[in-house]
Design a protein around this ligand. Structure first.
Ligand code: PEP
Ligand code: MN
Length: 348
C-alpha cells in the first residue's frame, strides 16, 4: 500500500452493521479492482444520542475477515486510546481520526501516544471548524509520535444553511496542503455532500485540484443503511463514477510541456514581483495621506472616495477581461490594509 500513489482510494460502508453487510459490501468493492483500502466505522460519533452508535469491537473481527477474503488493507475510525488498543489487537492496517476528534488536542494527543511505535497508517480528517492550525497541530502530534505513513482527508466544514452537509471551503484545504505539501490529501465527497447527487461533481473538483485520492462511503443497500444512508453509493454506482474520471497527472509527461510551463511560471514570478513592488508604492502614498489626515484631523474612511475607486476599477474590468467580483474583493483587501496603516499613523 503506497498512499502517495494516485489515485489512492478508500471505500466502504459508513458503519459495519452486520457481518454479512460488511463482507458483502467490501467484497463487491474489492472486485472492482479500484480500491486500495476498505473502510467501515465500528464506533460512530453520532450527533444525537439514541441513533446507531456502531457495533463496537465485534466489527473489527468482520474487518479482519474482510482483509483475509480480499487481501486488501482495512480501515476504521479511532477516537480514544482504547479504540487504538483494540484496533491493534485485530491487525487493522489503517485508522482515521474523525472530524469531531481532530478539534480536540487532548484527544489527538491521546491517540498519538497510543499509536506511538506502531506501523499503522493514519489519516487525519479536517476538524469540524475551518481552523487550519488545529488540523495541522493534530497531524504534527501524529508525526511526532513517529508514525511514518500519514495522510489528510478533506471532508468539509460544519456549516449552517449551506447547500452542502459540510461546506467544502476548498481554500482552507488548499492552505493546509501548502503548509504540509509532502502529505497526501484525499477528498471525502460523501460527508461534504450528505447526499448522492453531488458526489460526482465534488470528485471532479478534487481531481482538478490535484488531490491524491478519495474516501467514499459505499453500501450494498444504501437505502437500508443504519447511518448516513442518503450519501452512500452502491459499489456499482461508485465504479461507474470512477470510470468516468480521467485522473489528472501531477506533472507534464513531455519535455515540451514542462518547458512551456517553466517559461510561463517565470513570467508569473516576474509579474508577482512587480505587483508587490506596486503595492508597496501604493501603501507608502497611503501612509503619506495618513499623515495629512492626522495634521488636519480628518476621518480615515472616506466612503465617497472609496466608491469612486471601485467604480473606476469596474469600468476597466471588461476591457481587461477581469471578473468584476474578483476586482472588488481585491480592492477591498487593499483598501482595508490602507485603513489599517492610516489608523496607526493617525493615532500615533
Ligand atoms: C466517517 O468517515 O464515517 C465519519 C464519521 O466521518 P467524519 O469524521 O468526517 O464526520
Ligand atoms: Mn459516515
Amino acid at each position: 500500500m503506497n498512499i502517495n500513489e494516485k489515485p489512492f482510494i478508500i471505500a466502504g460502508p459508513c458503519s459495519a452493521e452486520s457481518r454479512q453487510q460488511t463482507i458483502e459490501t467490501c467484497c463487491q468493492l474489492a472486485r472492482t479492482g479500484r480500491v486500495d483500502v476498505l473502510r467501515a466505522g465500528v464506533w460512530k460519533p453520532r450527533t444525537k444520542p439514541g441513533s446507531f452508535e456502531g457495533v463496537g469491537s465485534v466489527g473489527l473481527e468482520w474487518l479482519a475477515e474482510v482483509k483475509q477474503l480480499t487481501g486488501l488493507p482495512v480501515a476504521t475510525e479511532v477516537a480514544t486510546a482504547k479504540h487504538v488498543e483494540q484496533v491493534l489487537a485485530h491487525n487493522i492496517d489503517v485508522v482515521w481520526i474523525g472530524a469531531r476528534t481532530t478539534v480536540n488536542p487532548f484527544s489527538t494527543q491521546e491517540l498519538a501516544d497510543a499509536l506511538r511505535g506502531t506501523d499503522v497508517t493514519v489519516f487525519v480528517k479536517n476538524p469540524m471548524v475551518p481552523d487550519v492550525k488545529l488540523w495541522q497541530g493534530a497531524v504534527e502530534r501524529i508525526i511526532n509520535a513517529g508514525i511514518r505513513n500519514v495522510g489528510l482527508i478533506h471532508r468539509g466544514f460544519s456549516s449552517y444553511g449551506s447547500e452542502f452537509r459540510n461546506n467544502p471551503m476548498w481554500h482552507v484545504a488548499i492552505e493546509m496542503r501548502r503548509r504540509m505539501a509532502d502529505i497526501p490529501m484525499l477528498c471525502d465527497p460523501s460527508h461534504i455532500c450528505g447526499c448522492r447527487d453531488k458526489i460526482e461533481s465534488i470528485i471532479n473538483e478534487a481531481n482538478d485540484l490535484n488531490y491524491s485520492g478519495l474516501m467514499v462511503e459505499c453500501h450494498a443497500n444504501p437505502d437500508e443503511a443504519l447511518s448516513d444512508s442518503e450519501q452512500q453509493l452502491t459499489p456499482e454506482q461508485f465504479l461507474e463514477m470512477l470510470n468516468r474520471v480521467l485522473w489528472r497527472k501531477q506533472n507534464f509527461s513531455s519535455e515540451k510541456g514542462a518547458e512551456a510551463l517553466a517559461m510561463m511560471r517565470a513570467e508569473i514570478d516576474q509579474i508577482d514581483s512587480e505587483l508587490i513592488t506596486l503595492l508597496s508604492r501604493r501603501m507608502k502614498i497611503s501612509d503619506r495621506i495618513g499623515v495629512v489626515k492626522r495634521q488636519n484631523n480628518v476621518a480615515i474612511l472616506q466612503s465617497h472616495r472609496w466608491n469612486l475607486i471601485v467604480e473606476r476599477m469596474l469600468n476597466q474590468t471588461d476591457k481587461l477581461t477581469l471578473d468584476g467580483d474578483f476586482i472588488v474583493k481585491l480592492m477591498e483587501i487593499i483598501h482595508l490594509e490602507s485603513i489599517r496603516r492610516q489608523t496607526e499613523i493617525v493615532n500615533k
